[in-house]
Design a protein around this ligand. Structure first.
Ligand code: 5RP
Length: 222
């Protein structure tokens, strides 16, 4: 099976976690996109969705799924999203698609985080994938120096020759070479740096359920 077929398989499996008649939280990325396409097929079963990025909002709308502002929603019973890396404990690196801040916000309102990913995302220790950190642009260089002192390279993410600008008008530093043995502690440490908006570590609030696409089928991890 190709990586896309594995992503499609977990996207289909995640439909089982979609509650009837409710608003659900929806993540960002290629796996989330496959999930949105599956959601489009059962859209009459849900009230709508809260999107974790402008791209996701557009894709939901293209399927005729109503998109709600998070400020108008009190709680979500489920948030469904992909990950760049996930451990057997459900700690994740996210933000490869630059949507980490909104993803963390929407996930924080949900009772349950269902992670959908192809099996290659399962790791013993987080950090082979560059850890994204969203920063306020004027603090970018100062924050990069502090992050480099942790023993990694903090590289400004670029797009078309310019610093990438997130949906929130901020920039992304990708941390290369960080071995993350204690993800919840690292999350707190980086989040506490002045100028940091969000770190793409989802450990203090990790995944409650992970659906991982393997050659032998979808493996469920709780
Ligand atoms: C976007 C994310 C994505 O969930 C993550 O990058 C995984 O993406 P994909 O499903 O394309 O592999 O965190 O900010």
């Amino acid at each position: 099976m190709t990586q896309d077929e594995l992503k499609q398989a977990v996207a289909r499996a995640a439909i089982e976690y979609v509650p009837q008649g409710e608003i659900i939280g929806v993540g960002t990325g290629s796996t989330a996109n496959f999930f949105i396409d599956e959601l489009g097929k059962i859209k009459d079963r849900i009230k709508g969705a809260v999107a974790s990025s402008e791209a996701t909002a557009q894709r939901l709308k293209s399927h005729g799924i109503p998109v709600f502002d998070l400020n108008d929603v009190e709680r979500l019973s489920v948030y469904i999203d992909g990950a760049d890396e996930i451990t057997p404990h459900g700690a994740m690196i996210k933000g490869g698609g630059a949507a980490l801040t909104r993803e963390k916000i929407v996930a924080s309102v949900a009772d349950r985080f269902v992670c959908i990913a192809d099996g290659s995302k399962l790791v013993g220790v987080l950090g082979a994938f560059p850890l994204p950190v969203e920063v306020i642009p004027m603090a970018q260089a100062a924050v990069a120096r502090k992050l480099a002192a942790l023993g990694c390279e903090a590289r400004l993410r670029m797009k078309d020759g310019q610093p990438l600008i997130t949906d929130n008008g901020c920039q992304i530093l990708d941390l290369i070479g960080l071995k993350i043995d204690r993800p919840a502690e690292m999350e707190a440490l980086i989040n506490n740096m002045v100028g940091v908006v969000t770190v793409g570590l989802f450990a203090q609030r990790g995944a409650d359920v992970a659906l991982l696409g393997m050659a032998e089928g979808v493996k469920k991890m709780t």
